[in-house]
Design a protein around this ligand. Sequence first.
Ligand code: APR
Length: 307
Amino acid sequence: MNKVAVIGSGNVGATTVQRLAELNIADVVMVDIVEGLPQGKALDILQAAPLMGYDVDVTGTNDYADIADSDIVVVTAGIARKPGMDRSDLLATNIKITQQVCENIQKYAPDSIIMTVTNPLDIITYAALRCTQFDRNRVFGMSGLLDSSRFASFIAKEMNCSVRDVDAMVLGGHGDSMVPLPEYSTVSGIPLSKLMDNETINRIIDRTINAGAEIVGHLKNGSAFYAPSAAITIMVEAILKDTKKIVPASAFLNGEYGQHDICLGVPVKLGRCGVEEIIELELTEREASALQRSAEAVKNGIATIRT
Ligand code: APR
């Protein structure tokens, strides 16, 4: 049986465990520093198994030794945003948590694939890569698939069409500088530009960029978790089933898109080895300079963790 460890049993972590259990493809272990929290939530999820029909083991623990032999470790540990905060405000706290988590992954699950979720996502992914020194195919962040799903959901609402017909693509850093790509977004194969005017497209792009903050504004003391956990689950499934699915994710770039020594959202092919390929799209001048601006914003964040 495959095994997935989820670090952090808060909103994102626990919802991810529930979705993974329902997918029925791996035993799942959930880790948190709060005593009783992962154990209680894991038991609750396990007790739904007879009703929902999944047949995997779900356990909760405060002991990192229990992540041994995990194929994938999903890192959601850390604090989430409150109204008025942007993702970079979480950096100081979440970088320390990430370092502790990564030391434990290195110790107990040295052969695993790490999927980071904690924000600020691209900087945390970079820190996880540096801390574990794993090969770059084994450390990447869940970001662009979530942003693309948000973009797709707004396109479907605007068109009053089935969300199943929409394919959307968002690249760049997982923050205010993200780069939604209308030229690579379609409805039943029809480019967005043939279906709506520029003003409408720009309005949807703005809403996509602020989609996380819109939810924080409603919730007031927490951030999104249903859509993030859905994106994590799709990516875990692609890896465990070796589907070679292409999704945008934060990957370490070594010359791709003209970028070096940075984790940034780009299309990647996911399979049993993690990020098996980085797909380089041809970008217009406008898109390329937006991606460059996004890379600079992420690089500024990376510079702060180096000092
Ligand atoms: N090891 C394990 N768990 C930890 C650690 C640690 N060192 N430090 C903190 N945690 C746990 C907390 O105890 C808490 O249960 O991480 C959990 C975080 O849960 P929430 O506060 O509910 O946050 P959540 O909404 O799940 O978001 C987690 O994901 O999307 C990002 O921006 C979000 O950075 C945030 C992260």
